[in-house]
Write a protein that binds this ligand. Structure first.
Ligand SMILES: [Fe+2]
Ligand SMILES: [Fe+2]
Length: 282
């Protein structure tokens, strides 16, 4: 491809690492006192909806933190190793923020494992398939074959393109739009926005890595295609709210299922074009 979105400028790992150095924040300095008051004043329905979203984030960040080290070990250059080490710290920081939110706003002080176990009861089957089966398997294979470009491309497609970009950005947009509009949980919105800022760096790496890899090894495009084909059904299922089969919708947060799917698919379409593997070729 000689023109179009495939040619846009992307930051390389060294540029992303420099950004990381300038973007430090602490999950322990955000004020959560208003959030605690809001939580106690919320109706049962609102609490259930918020708890469902928070649970998904708690489980996701735990998985994403503990199923990442294989990628650090599969680095190409030292600059890439440096950037990947920062991403691992970021993910642990995100997990710590959600655990602190559980400690101080939702429940009482407990271990991260206990918070994740409680949150786990809330998440959907599609979500479990992605985080507990597909991600775990892709990570296991990457640890077994750190020199395999195919294993690395599958992992980055799943982790950066699907989990972080497609599911992550969509959840961030609709959750923070809703909370900001309703003037709810300001500390959570502040922390989640810091997390989002980190995530845009991570996604930048993933898109950079996949595009460079497809350019140097065109056969890898098939690995990316196959990964997307394998995962898209679970992505669609996991974007549905609990009880969607009973006709419920995300009306409660002021967004239809169609709007959520369109946003998710729009972003994935754009990134797949940049990578050089348009969704139309699936
Ligand atoms: Fe994260
Ligand atoms: Fe991330």
């Amino acid at each position: 491809m000689s023109s179009g979105t495939n040619d846009i400028h992307l930051n390389d790992p060294q540029a992303l690492y420099r950004r990381w150095e300038e973007s430090q924040w602490s999950p322990f300095t955000i004020d959560l006192s208003t959030d605690r008051r809001h939580w106690l004043e919320m109706t049962g329905d609102d609490q259930r909806l918020i708890f469902f979203i928070l649970s998904s984030l708690m489980v996701a960040e735990e998985r994403i933190t503990t199923k990442f080290s294989g990628l650090v070990g599969a680095y190409g250059t030292e600059e890439e190793a440096t950037f990947l080490a920062t991403q691992q710290v970021d993910e642990a920081r995100h997990m710590q923020f959600y655990a602190r939110f559980q400690d101080e706003v939702i429940a009482s002080r407990d271990t991260i494992t206990a918070h994740v176990d409680r949150a786990r009861a809330q998440v959907s089957d599609g979500f479990r398939q992605i985080f507990d089966v597909e991600l775990v398997e892709a990570h296991r294979r990457l640890i077994a074959e750190p020199g395999s470009l195919a294993a690395k491309a599958r992992f980055v497609t799943l982790y950066h393109l699907i989990l972080e970009a497609t599911l992550g950005l969509t959840t961030f947009k609709f959750t923070t739009d809703y909370l900001s509009r309703e003037d709810l949980l300001p500390g959570f919105v502040q922390g989640y926005s810091k997390i989002h800022h980190d995530e845009t760096r991570h996604i930048g790496y993933g898109v950079w890595f996949l595009r460079e890899t497809v350019r140097s090894e065109p056969g890898i495009a098939d690995v990316i295609r196959q990964t997307l084909r394998d995962l898209l059904p679970s992505v669609v299922a996991s974007l549905e709210p609990p009880g969607a089969d009973a006709g419920r919708d995300f009306d409660a947060i002021g967004a239809s299922g169609e709007a959520i799917s369109a946003f998710a698919l729009g972003g994935l379409t754009r990134r797949a074009d940049i990578v050089g593997v348009p969704l139309s070729t699936l």
